[in-house]
Design a protein around this ligand. Structure first.
Ligand code: FAD
Ligand code: SF4
Ligand code: SF4
Length: 478
C-alpha cells in the first residue's frame, strides 16, 4: 500500500534543510539553506498524512497537487513527482525557495495545526525541481506547431514570464518587453541572492529564450516605445509591469544625502553580484560598508535590506517598525534569520524626522504604543509623547512599500481603467482590462503581492488570451 510509506509525522520530527551558520552566511550572498539529502527529502515527505481534503493545496495559490508529489517523493519516484509539480507551477524551484510558506501551504497543513510541525512542503518542492534540473528532466519548450498570432508582454517579472511560458508552449509568437537590461523583474533585481540565487532565475530565462520567446530589453514602454505601438504590433497584449512607485517618508530632513530608497539599494547590491559596474555602490552612496544603518519598515523588503546591509559589512544594522513583532507584515521566518545574523529590531518606533544637515546623521525616532483595533481589527500605533530620541545613522533605507505608477497617464491611454488605488482594473478570472485584447497580471493588478500570485495570474491570463485569439480567429474566418 502506497500510504504505508506515509503518515510518519508521529514518529518523525519536522526537519528543514540545514541552515548555514549565521556568522558564515553573513559573509556572502549565497542562499542560506543547504539542499535536503535524498534520504531526508523522502523521509520528510513521508510525514504527510495524505489528507482527503488537503488544506495545504487549497491554500497554495496555484493549488499544487502537494499530497501526490509528497507521496511520490517518499516512494523515491522523483521524476514523477516533478511531472506533477510542474504541471501547476511554472517555477516550482523559485516558489519552493521564496514563498512565505508559513502563511500559505505549510501554515495550513493539518499536521502543523495538530501541533506536530508542518510537512516541509516548500523545501521538498525545491528539492524535487532542483533534482529535475540536475537530471535533465526539465524539458525544453518545443511547441508542436507554430501559430501565426503574436502576443506582446510588457514586464519580464514572474507574471509576464509565466504567461510567456504558457503561450509559447502553445506555439504563439511571444515578445517580452522590459525596461531593465536583464529579465526576471524583482526576481532578478529586487530579491537578494541569499533568498534566491540568480542562476536559478537565469536558467529559466534561458529556457524561455531557447524556446523562442523574444526579449526586447532596455525598452521602457511609454518612453522608448509607445503602448499603442505595442498594441499595433501584436494580436493581444499583457501588462505585467509590477509596482515601483515608492512610498516616501515626508518628514523634516528627508532630502538629506544618505537617505536612500530600498529598491535602489537592493538593485545596486544585486547588480554587484552579477559583476556589473555600479558607480553609486562604488562611491559608497548605496553601500553599507562601515556604516551605521537604519532601515525603516517592517515588510519583506525591509528584511531584505537589513540582511543585505549585514553582508556589506555595516557596523550596526537596526530596523525601525511602528508596530510590534506580532503585528509586522514581514515573514516571521525572515525576522528570525535577520536576528540570527545580527540585526537589531526596534519595535514600536517611527521616524519623525532626520538629524544632520545636507548629510544624514541620525533618525529622530518617536516611540509608539498599540492603541485600540481599527475597522480591520488591527491595532493602530499611537505616539507616546515626550519619548523621542535620536538614533545615529550614516545610511537610512526607506522600505515602506510600493504603489503603482499612473500608467494611463504615462502611456497616454486614459481608457485603461484603474482602481482608486491606481492598480489596473482587470477581471479576476480572465484578467481582461477595459481595453479589448489587453490583459493585466501580477502586482500591477493586485498591488505589492507575492511571486506565487503573479505566476498564477500570468498562467490564467495566458489561458484567457488563448481563448481570445481563438475567438478572434473564428470571427475573422466568418
Ligand atoms: P515585477 O517582478 O515587479 O516585474 C515587473 C517588470 O516590469 C520589471 O522587470 C520592470 O522592469 C518591468 N516594467 C515596469 N514598467 C515597465 C515599462 N514601462 N516598460 C517596460 N518594462 C516595465 N514575493 C515573494 O513571494 N517572496 C519573497 O520573498 C519576496 N521578496 C520580495 C523582496 C523585495 C525586495 C520586493 C520588492 C518584493 C518581494 N516579493 C516577494 C514580491 C514579489 O517580488 C512580487 O510580488 C512579484 O515580483 C510581482 O511580479 P510581477 O511580474 O507582477 O512584477
Ligand atoms: Fe507552497 Fe508556494 Fe509551493 Fe504553493 S507554490 S506549494 S504556496 S511553496
Ligand atoms: Fe499532507 Fe499537510 Fe497537505 Fe495534509 S495538509 S496533505 S498532511 S501536507
Amino acid at each position: 500500500m502506497a500510504t504505508q510509506k506515509m503518515l510518519k509525522f508521529v514518529t518523525l520530527k519536522k526537519e528543514t534543510p540545514e541552515k548555514r551558520p549565521a556568522d558564515q552566511r553573513a559573509q556572502d550572498f549565497a542562499e542560506i539553506y543547504r539542499e535536503f539529502a535524498d534520504a531526508k527529502a523522502a523521509e520528510q515527505a513521508s510525514r504527510c498524512s495524505q489528507c482527503g481534503v488537503p488544506y495545504c493545496q487549497s491554500h497554495c495559490p496555484l493549488h499544487n497537487n502537494i499530497p501526490d508529489w509528497l507521496r511520490l517523493t517518499a516512494e523515491g519516484r522523483l521524476q514523477e513527482a516533478y511531472e506533477i509539480s510542474q504541471a501547476t507551477n511554472t517555477f516550482p524551484e523559485i516558489c519552493g525557495r521564496i514563498c512565505p510558506q508559513d502563511r500559505l501551504c505549510e501554515g495550513n497543513c493539518v499536521i502543523e495545526q495538530s501541533g506536530h510541525g508542518t510537512v516541509t512542503i516548500g523545501s521538498v518542492e525545491k528539492y524535487i525541481t532542483d533534482t529535475a534540473w540536475e537530471e535533465g528532466w526539465v524539458k525544453p519548450i518545443r511547441p508542436s506547431m507554430e501559430r501565426p498570432e503574436s502576443v506582446g508582454i510588457i514586464g519580464a517579472g514572474p507574471g509576464g514570464l509565466a504567461a510567456a511560458d504558457v503561450l509559447r508552449r502553445r506555439g504563439v509568437q511571444v515578445t517580452v518587453y522590459d525596461r531593465y537590461d536583464r529579465a526576471g523583474g524583482l526576481l532578478t533585481y529586487g530579491i537578494p541572492g541569499f533568498k534566491l540565487e540568480k542562476p536559478v532565475v537565469m536558467q529559466r530565462i534561458e529556457q524561455l529564450e531557447a524556446g523562442g520567446v523574444q526579449f526586447v530589453l532596455n525598452c521602457t514602454v511609454g518612453k522608448d516605445l509607445t503602448f499603442d505601438a505595442i498594441r499595433g504590433q501584436h494580436d493581444a497584449v499583457l501588462i505585467a509591469t509590477g509596482v515601483y512607485k515608492i512610498r516616501e517618508i515626508e518628514a523634516p530632513g528627508s532630502g538629506a544625502a544618505g537617505i536612500v530608497k530600498a529598491l535602489d539599494y537592493l538593485t545596486a547590491s544585486n547588480r554587484k553580484s552579477f559583476g556589473d559596474e555600479v558607480p553609486e555602490f562604488d562611491s559608497g552612496e548605496l553601500n553599507a560598508e562601515g556604516k551605521r544603518v537604519v532601515v525603516i519598515g517592517g515588510g519583506d523588503t525591509a528584511m531584505d535590506c537589513v540582511r543585505t546591509a549585514i553582508r556589506q559589512g555595516a557596523t550596526s544594522v537596526k530596523c525601525l517598525y511602528r508596530r510590534d513583532k506580532a503585528n509586522m507584515p514581514g515573514s516571521q521566518r525572515e525576522v528570525q534569520n535577520a536576528e540570527e545574523e545580527g540585526v537589531e529590531f526596534v519595535w514600536l518606533s517611527a521616524p519623525r524626522g532626520f538629524a544632520g544637515g545636507t548629510k544624514v546623521e541620525g533618525v529622530m525616532v518617536q516611540r509608539m504604543r498599540l492603541g485600540a483595533p481599527d475597522a480591520s481589527g488591527r491595532q493602530s500605533p499611537e505616539v507616546i509623547e515626550g519619548a523621542d530620541y535620536v538614533e545615529p545613522a550614516d545610511l537610512v533605507v526607506q522600505a515602506l512599500g510600493f504603489e503603482p505608477e499612473a500608467l494611463p497617464t504615462l502611456w497616454g491611454v486614459p481608457e485603461l481603467a484603474v482602481t482608486r488605488w491606481g492598480t489596473i482594473k482587470a477581471d479576476f478570472r480572465t484578467h481582461a482590462t477595459s481595453l479589448p485584447g489587453v490583459y493585466a497580471a501580477g502586482d500591477i493588478v493586485r498591488g505589492a503581492s507575492l511571486v506565487v500570485w503573479a505566476i498564477r495570474d500570468g498562467r490564467e491570463a495566458a489561458e484567457a488570451i488563448m481563448d481570445y485569439l481563438a475567438q478572434s480567429a473564428s470571427v475573422a474566418a466568418e
